[in-house]
Design a protein around this ligand. Structure first.
Ligand code: KIV
Ligand code: ZN
Length: 390
C-alpha cells in the first residue's frame, strides 16, 4: 500500500450491536447478534462495537461470544470511565485477535454536572481510566461524550490527557445531534492543530441524527481529518438514530470525485444486512430511506420510467446492483406512462400492437385511479378481460 492510499483509507466502525441496540425496543437476541456480527465482518467493516459488557450478563455473553468467533474485524466493547467497567469489558473482548476497549466520559458542562466532577477531577479520572485500560490492551478508544457541546479549551485538554495516557483512537461524538457540518469539521481541525500528539492518533466521528444531519456531519468531520466513521446499519440508534453506514459508504463511492477516501466495505452486501437488521430489531425501514428504502430505486411517474427505460442515469445516481439489489423497480401506478406499461406487459408475455396498447392504457389508468399500486396480477386480469392473450 502506498502512503497516499493509506491516507485515503477511512475506517468504518459499526455500532449497530451497541448504540443501535440501545434504541428503545430494538433488543436483539444472542444468536441474532452473532449472526449480524458475522455479516458485518463479511461485508468488510473494520471495527465492530459488539456491546456494553457491564450493562448486563447478556451483553457480556454476547460480546465474549463475538470475540471468540475468529472474525477479521477489531472487536470492541464499551466501558464507562471506571476501572470496574473497563475490567469487565476486557474480560469480554480479550478472546479476539484484535480487541479494543472503548471508554468514555461526558465532558460538556451538562454531562459534567451529573457525576458532579470539577474539571480537575475529570482530568484525573480520564488519565487514570485510560492508563488502566492501556495496561490491559494496546488498542484503546477514548470518547468525549457530548464533545460538540464542550468548551473548546477543555475539550483540547481532555483529548491531550487521553492521548498521553495511551489512547490510540479519539472519538468526538455529537451525542445529541446538535452540531452542523461546518462546525463538525472545525472541531476536528481545531483538535488536530492544537492538541500535542494529535498526529499520532486516529480521530473518530460519531454522530446522532436529531436534526437529520448525522451523515453530513460525519462526512464533514472526515474531510477535516477524522479517519474513523462510527455508524449503524439503517441508522439504527437512540432517538433519531446514528449516522447510517449505508449512507456514508455509498456517498464515498458515488462522490469519490470530491471525497477521495476508501473504505473496506463490499457495498453489494448492504441490502442483505439492512433487511437482517430491520427484521431482528423490529424497526422497519422507512420507504423513502436513502439507499435501502423500498422506494430508493423505484420509479412510478411516466417521465421517470420513460427516462429510466432509455438511460438509467437519468434518474439514478447509483445502480441497485451496487447495494445488492437485483434491479430497479418500475412501479405501475396512476403516474406511469405508456412506455413502462408496454415493457411491463411484454415481461408478462403480452406483446401488443399500438392500438391494443392504447386501449389497455385507458383501462389501466382507470384501475390505477382506484388502486395505489397496480400489481402484475392486476395487469394479467386486465389483459384477460380484454381477451388479448399473447
Ligand atoms: O453518543 C455517544 O456519545 C456515545 C458514546 C458512548 C460514544 O454513544
Ligand atoms: Zn452514540
Amino acid at each position: 500500500m502506498t502512503d497516499k492510499s493509506k491516507q485515503d483509507r477511512v475506517l468504518i466502525f459499526d455500532t449497530t450491536l451497541r448504540d443501535g441496540e440501545q434504541s428503545p425496543g430494538a433488543t436483539m437476541s444472542h444468536s441474532e447478534k452473532l449472526e449480524i456480527a458475522a455479516l458485518l465482518d463479511e461485508m468488510g467493516v473494520d471495527i465492530i462495537e459488539a456491546g456494553f459488557p457491564i450493562a448486563s450478563e447478556g451483553d457480556f455473553e454476547a460480546v465474549s461470544a463475538i470475540a471468540k468467533m475468529g472474525l477479521n474485524a477489531v472487536i470492541c466493547g464499551l466501558a464507562r470511565a471506571s476501572t470496574k467497567d473497563i475490567d469487565r469489558c476486557w474480560e469480554a473482548v480479550r478472546h479476539t485477535r484484535q480487541p479494543r476497549i472503548h471508554t468514555f466520559i461526558g465532558t460538556s458542562p451538562t454531562h459534567r454536572a451529573i457525576p458532579n466532577l470539577s474539571m480537575a477531577e475529570m482530568e484525573t479520572r480520564i488519565h487514570d481510566t485510560v492508563s488502566h485500560a492501556r495496561n490491559l490492551c494496546d488498542n484503546i478508544q477514548w470518547s468525549a461524550m457530548d464533545a460538540t457541546r464542550t468548551e473548546h479549551d477543555f475539550l483540547c485538554r481532555t483529548v491531550e490527557i487521553a492521548i498521553k495516557a495511551g489512547a490510540t483512537t479519539i472519538n468526538i461524538p455529537d451525542t445529541v445531534g446538535y452540531t452542523a457540518p461546518r462546525e463538525s469539521a472545525e472541531i476536528i481541525t481545531m483538535l488536530l492543530n492544537r492538541v500535542p500528539g494529535a498526529d499520532k492518533v486516529i480521530f473518530a466521528t460519531h454522530c446522532h441524527n436529531d436534526l437529520g444531519m448525522a451523515t453530513a456531519n460525519a462526512l464533514a468531520a472526515m474531510q477535516a481529518g477524522a479517519r474513523q466513521i462510527e455508524c449503524t446499519i439503517n441508522g439504527l440508534g437512540e432517538r433519531a438514530g446514528n449516522t447510517a453506514l449505508e449512507e456514508v459508504v455509498m456517498a464515498l463511492k458515488v462522490r469519490n470525485d470530491i471525497m477521495p477516501y476508501r473504505t473496506g466495505v463490499d457495498t453489494t452486501k448492504i441490502m442483505n444486512l439492512s433487511r437482517k437488521v430491520a427484521t431482528v430489531s423490529g424497526f422497519a425501514v422507512q420507504f423513502n430511506k436513502a439507499i435501502v428504502g423500498k422506494n430508493a430505486f423505484a420509479h412510478e411517474s411516466g417521465i421517470h420510467q420513460d427516462g429510466m427505460l432509455k438511460n438509467a442515469e437519468t434518474f439514478e445516481i447509483m445502480r441497485p446492483q451496487d447495494i445488492g439489489l437485483a434491479d430497479t423497480s418500475l412501479v405501475m401506478g396512476k403516474h406511469s406512462g405508456r412506455a413502462a406499461l408496454r415493457m411491463k406487459l411484454r415481461d408478462l408475455g403480452f406483446d401488443l400492437a399500438d392500438n391494443q396498447l392504447n386501449d389497455v392504457f385507458v383501462r389501466f389508468k382507470a384501475l390505477a385511479d382506484r388502486k395505489k399500486e397496480v400489481y402484475d396480477d392486476d395487469l394479467i386480469a386486465l389483459m384477460q378481460d380484454q381477451g388479448t392473450h399473447a
